[in-house]
Design a protein. Structure first.
Length: 447
RNA sequence: GUGGAUGUAGCUCAGCUGGUAGAGCCCCGGAUUGUGACUCCGGUGGUCGCAGGUUCAAAACCUGUCAUCCACCCCA
């Protein structure tokens, strides 16, 4: 394919039949959000670069699409919804009812190398709650996530959860210097991928000793037979033993309490009731710098494509954009990855989704044109998506083939006989049966 | 940003140690002028990703470039 007719790197065109599924997935997410009482907002696709880059880390900053407008303002395309949300909240705080529960579904942009499930332009769906420090928020968001994923038939998945406060405690207890915390966490996050030796190597490269690694691992080496609540208690005792600093100790204990509360209640009464999908993992880190409390990630157990939803608490967010401090927590769904998983799980899904067009109307000669136009309008007013043939001198065989290829279920034929009797021949393309009925009757059977 | 693989018809791919392209599916027409998924017959369709280079000769070899996939990085 020549360069000119290719979409730019990392972007894609979607065919009508793909759009049916995409729309369905996004509508399902939208409906779930609404069912949980979130209201929809929108904000610009681009913001001032300075705003986007504020406290997002240099790695992410490299991924922002930057451009100048004609007045030389430096702008960037949003790469996620959290920083735009911070700005949105700061701008509109007085008009918003708190706690502010909002959702947004839209395109975000990242200048990075593409891979399966990774694009430069992709949809994200975010639900956030600003204005509460309560763990009830986490409970609600996780509940929402499970509810949505069940509606999407996502198969087997797992919610991995951890808390930044606990991580800070373990880091401190393992004797890792505060200044090297980020590097240590980044390496530890990769444990499953690069193994013990890999992590130690990264530790060394960042001037952190193997001893620190061993201490860290010893601290989180908990009896696998214990349930998460007991693991958390055991971990708490160990950390408290090694941490000298009182404030860090308190923070850690806070984190332990937060997680215990979330896991216990979610299993007891939330959407996770009876499902063993929430799992504490002391090695879950998550990238973005702004998380301050519980963090979580949702992954498919059937298909390895990375996490398809993630989130956490970032109590310092709105402060960063000039508002009074408020508790904030959110979850983000990777729409593209969800679609990839749904498609992967059911390869024939496109065939099972019918066209948004319900009826195809064909007339056989010019004398039936008026009658066909009126019939089409009749169905449209009834709320039935109807396509009227635009071919001249229609060939009935070809018309049927066309409608069938487009996945339209019904075809209405209007010929001389139909026009004179003010009826139509309605054919169901799946069952191949046809009946000679009035438009009213046809509308009933199509609905 | 780094490393690797790949790029041939709308799609999936074949094309040997260099001798200027083929199959299946799709599509179009006909058998079948008010009835489509099967069958049969015929047909359209390719600057071999793009640009250079080597050669009498390049889809093939070399270089660059663009894109896709994979592994890093990071993340939805």
């Amino acid at each position: 394919m020549s360069k000119l007719i290719q979409p730019p790197k990392g972007t894609r065109d979607f065919l009508p039949e793909e759009m049916v599924l995409r729309r369905k997935v996004m509508e399902t997410i939208r409906e779930s959000f609404a069912l949980y009482g979130f209201v929809e907002i929108d904000s610009p696709v681009f913001e001032y670069f300075e705003l986007l880059s504020r406290k997002c880390g240099s790695e992410i900053e490299k991924e922002i699409y930057v451009f100048e407008d004609k007045a030389k303002r430096k702008l960037g395309l949003r790469f996620e919804f959290t920083s735009p949300l911070g700005r949105y909240y700061a701008t509109n705080a007085e008009k918003l009812t708190k706690p502010f529960k909002r959702y947004i579904i839209g395109k975000v942009y990242r200048y990075e190398n593409t891979q399966a499930g990774r694009y430069r332009e992709f949809y994200q769906a975010d639900a956030d709650i600003i204005g509460s420090y309560s763990m009830n928020v986490e409970l609600e968001l996780l509940d929402l996530a499970v509810f949505t994923l069940e509606k999407l038939s996502m198969g087997n998945y797992e919610i991995v959860i951890n808390d930044r406060k606990i991580l800070d405690g373990i880091i401190n207890a393992a004797g890792i210097d505060e200044s090297k915390k980020d590097a240590a966490l980044r390496a530890l996050d990769k444990t499953a991928k690069i193994g013990e030796a890999g992590v130690i190597k990264e530790f060394n490269e960042n001037g952190i000793g193997e001893g620190n690694y061993r201490s860290f691992m010893r601290l989180i080496d908990l009896d696998p037979g214990l349930d998460d609540a007991k693991k958390l208690t055991a971990l708490k005792e160990r950390i408290n033993e090694y941490v000298k600093d009182e404030s860090i100790k308190n923070k850690t204990n806070e984190g332990i309490e937060e997680l215990s509360f979330i896991i216990e209640n979610e299993r007891k009464a939330g959407a996770c009731e009876g499902l063993n999908v929430i799992k504490f993992d002391p090695l879950l880190v998550r990238g973005l710098g702004y998380y301050t409390g519980p963090i979580f990630e949702i992954k498919s157990k059937d298909i390895s494509i990375g996490s398809f939803a993630a989130g956490g608490r970032y109590d310092n967010l709105v402060e960063l954009y000039g508002s009074r401090p408020e508790g904030a927590c959110g979850i983000s769904f990777g729409v593209e990855r969800i679609i990839d998983i749904v498609t992967e799980r059911d390869k024939d899904i496109f065939k099972s989704l019918s066209s948004p067009v319900r009826l195809y109307i064909v007339y056989l000669s010019e004398s039936e044109r008026t009658s066909a136009l009126k019939t089409a309008k009749f169905f449209r007013l009834k709320g039935i998506n109807a396509e009227l043939s635009v071919s001249e001198g229609p060939n009935i065989g070809k018309e049927i083939k066309y409608a069938d290829k487009k996945g339209i279920e019904y075809i209405a034929v209007i010929g001389g006989r139909e026009a004179s009797e003010k009826k139509l021949t309605l054919k169901n393309l799946k069952t191949r049966k046809e009946i000679f009925i009035s438009a009213e009757e046809a509308a009933e059977s199509i609905k």
